[in-house]
Design a protein around this ligand. Structure first.
Ligand code: ADP
Length: 274
């Protein structure tokens, strides 16, 4: 009688344990599949410029007698080399934001400086497309975080706004302080009048290597990693990034981050959730 009672008590516990193990295995398999996909994607992305460089260098050798052709091929080699450099740099950035704890190196960061840096990074490209960039509301705002990571995140958003917009449009950056019970936030919104993003694509653009139009992304030097980096930085700072868009009209990407003054000493040790 006793043995039966015991096994009856143990049985539900046992099955729950089995269930947990199965769930664990499924999660492990999923992570493994994501890792395999990532390696396959990286290999593919590296192969394209490396293949082009190899063909172009052959073309240069064959055209040795024709200086004009040599110049043309060399120019294209430079474009492919830049593409390769961008990809490797973004891979390094991504692995850094995934592995480093941003809070170990966090400080109050001035929003006007972050915004000025992001605008500076895109000034050349915006100039050639006659895109106007304007920022507002950034004075006296401070976010709590890792300066380098925050600059990379905002820089990517502004860069995308310029890249995915037609000539003679406007990119606006607006910041504001939001009072919230869980700790005040700083919201930085980047708005463009560009091509926009469909609802279906909005769900996927934050994935590594996902691009709505791969050819267009590559043509502008895109790697497909920018928004994955932004999402990681936002999350590891206890913040978030969201997107609003109307196809053909434009998009707004909004970063919400903890406000420096509202992060008390005890909070500074770990990320908070919004
Ligand atoms: P990429 O290097 O291709 O720009 P991202 O990860 O930064 O990679 O963005 C992923 C994709 O999301 C882009 O290829 C593009 O299709 C889309 N996208 C990102 N930002 C915008 C934007 N502001 N307007 C329209 N589409 C965008």
């Amino acid at each position: 009688g006793d043995a039966l009672a015991v096994s009856a008590r143990v049985a539900p516990l046992g099955s729950r344990l089995v269930l947990l193990l199965v769930e664990d295995l499924t999660e492990a398999r999923r992570i493994e599949a994501v890792r395999r996909d990532f390696v396959a994607n990286v290999s593919h992305e590296l192969k394209t410029p490396v293949g082009a460089l190899s063909l172009l260098s052959e073309a240069v050798m064959d055209a040795a007698e024709d200086p004009e052709a040599v110049n043309r091929f060399a120019g294209r080699m430079q474009i492919e080399a830049t593409r390769l450099t961008n990809l490797v740099q973004e891979l390094i950035d991504l692995s850094r934001v995934q592995n480093d704890d941003p809070l170990e190196d966090s400080e109050p960061v001035r929003v006007d400086e972050l915004v000025a840096e992001a605008i500076d990074r895109c000034r050349h490209q915006a100039g050639t497309k006659q895109i106007t960039m304007a920022a507002g509301g950034t004075a006296d705002l401070h976010v709590w975080g890792n300066r380098g990571q925050l600059a990379a995140a905002l820089g990517n958003l502004v860069e995308n706004a310029v890249n995915y917009s037609p000539a003679r449009t406007r990119v606006g950056i607006a910041a504001r302080h939001i009072t919230a019970p869980g700790g005040d936030l700083i919201e930085i919104a980047v708005t463009d009048q560009g091509i926009g993003i469909s609802e279906k694509d909005r769900e996927r653009i934050f994935e590594r290597f996902y691009r709505v139009d791969p050819a267009r992304s590559r043509a502008t030097g895109g790697t497909g990693l920018g928004l994955a980096i932004v999402k990681h930085v936002a999350a590891s700072h206890g913040g978030e990034v969201t997107v609003w868009s109307a196809e053909g009209q434009g998009s707004t990407f909004t970063l919400r981050l903890p406000e420096a003054g509202s992060v008390r000493d005890r909070d500074r040790r770990g990320p908070r959730r919004i």
